[in-house]
Design a protein around this ligand. Structure first.
Ligand SMILES: Nc1ncnc2c1ncn2[C@@H]1O[C@H](COP(=O)(O)OP(=O)(O)OP(=O)(O)O)[C@@H](O)[C@H]1O
Ligand SMILES: [Mg+2]
Length: 342
């Protein structure tokens, strides 16, 4: 993977009529990188993809790919592949012909066409399915045909918009692994959109978290999971106890709360995952409102001076029933320090 930008979006603003969907977005992606767009519905993920693919002309800003400005280049001249959630295979064509379709349009035929299609089918493990029709395939196999169909065009960038969302849980896992393998083998630069943070964390080299048409945070899966930059990202990746810092104290429902340790000066807030909360000792008291046993852990919902709090402990720890008063602590050294509180 080279370190220079291969695909860059500069101050990209995208609108549908008067509705601005993406504002001043800057993003630069390296060749061979696997990037995930993660964010709530309506935050602009598909819109950004469409502009990269050339299906939506930016209101302002610039898109460049492999050293060329492609902002105004037609979609079919961009060398950008797109796989959507509804992968829309041609039902009357065989798997082979589905994969061959784009290559035929490009004027390929004969042995060259055949070897490109064969290689494409091989890369997704569908060699022996070449003669079947889409209706004779499982959902995951159809998805792989759609992937092969895009891959054989040898795009510089492959965009996948929620490619796995139609699949059941087991197939999703299989296809995740498949995607990752194909991407590493071919080295194609890939951006995929997902709602699923687990999918983004397990697949991506870098994650772009979007909110309201802008980037909230860009980072490695470890950055996003362990060092969320804002309250929004912290909440999105499962920190359930999130507090703003005001004048050196935590802002809680019933007024500011002093923690035992001094709070970091450079943070706008602190966040704890349920398992980062110390339960059974500490300067605060909470009353158990609810308890949930998950097999390996117990999760407690506590009513506390800081408001409702979630704590998680090993299932081997003694169980506490509703109404019990427990001591707890929020260890500052374990907390994620938020740069922004939103
Ligand atoms: N064709 C359209 N015309 C007008 N507004 C649109 C159009 N497509 C999308 N939008 C709006 O643009 C914003 C971004 O939509 P987009 O489809 O990019 O969201 P998304 O992040 O892909 O969401 P989802 O996760 O639901 O797919 C939304 O507010 C949406 O309502
Ligand atoms: Mg979308």
């Amino acid at each position: 993977m080279s370190n220079t930008a291969f695909l860059s979006l500069e101050k990209l603003t995208l609108a549908y009529g008067d509705t601005v969907a993406v504002k001043d977005l800057d993003l630069s992606i390296r060749q061979g990188e696997l990037v995930a767009f993660l964010g709530p519905s309506g935050c602009g993920k598909t819109t950004t993809m469409r502009s990269i693919a050339g299906l939506l002309r930016p209101q302002s800003g610039r898109i460049s790919l492999d050293g060329a400005d492609i902002t105004r280049v037609a979609a079919n001249k961009r060398s950008v592949g797109l796989v959507f959630q509804s992968y829309a295979l041609f039902p009357h064509l065989t798997v082979f012909e589905n994969v061959a379709f784009g290559l035929r349009l490009k004027g390929l035929s004969g042995t060259e066409l055949e070897s490109r299609v064969d290689a494409g089918l091989k890369s997704v493990g569908l060699t022996s399915f070449a003669a079947r029709k889409p209706a004779e395939l499982s959902g995951g196999q159809q998805q792989r045909v759609a992937l092969a169909r895009s891959m054989v065009m040898e795009p510089k960038v492959l965009l996948l918009d929620e490619p796995l969302s139609n699949l059941d849980a087991r197939l999703r896992l299989e296809m995740r692994a498949e995607l990752q393998r194909v991407q590493k083998e071919t080295g194609v630069t890939m951006i995929f959109v997902t709602h699923d943070q687990g999918e983004a964390l397990s697949l991506a080299d870098r994650i772009v978290v979007m909110l309201n048409g802008a980037i909230e945070q860009i980072g490695t899966p470890e950055d996003i999971y362990n060092r969320p930059a804002s309250a929004f990202v912290a909440d999105f990746v499962g920190f359930e106890n999130i507090f703003a810092i005001e004048n050196g104290r935590l802002r809680a429902g019933n007024g500011p709360i002093e923690l035992a340790m001094p709070l970091p000066h450079d943070a706008a807030g602190l966040a704890w995952r349920p398992r980062m909360v110390t339960l059974g000792s500490g300067p605060f008291q909470g009353t158990v409102r609810g308890a949930a046993f998950s097999g390996s852990t117990r999760e407690y919902l506590l009513d506390t001076p800081l408001g409702a709090l979630k704590a998680e402990v090993d299932a081997a720890a003694p169980a506490h029933s509703a109404g019990t008063t427990l001591a707890f602590d929020l260890p500052v050294e374990k907390a994620a320090k938020l740069e922004r509180f939103n």
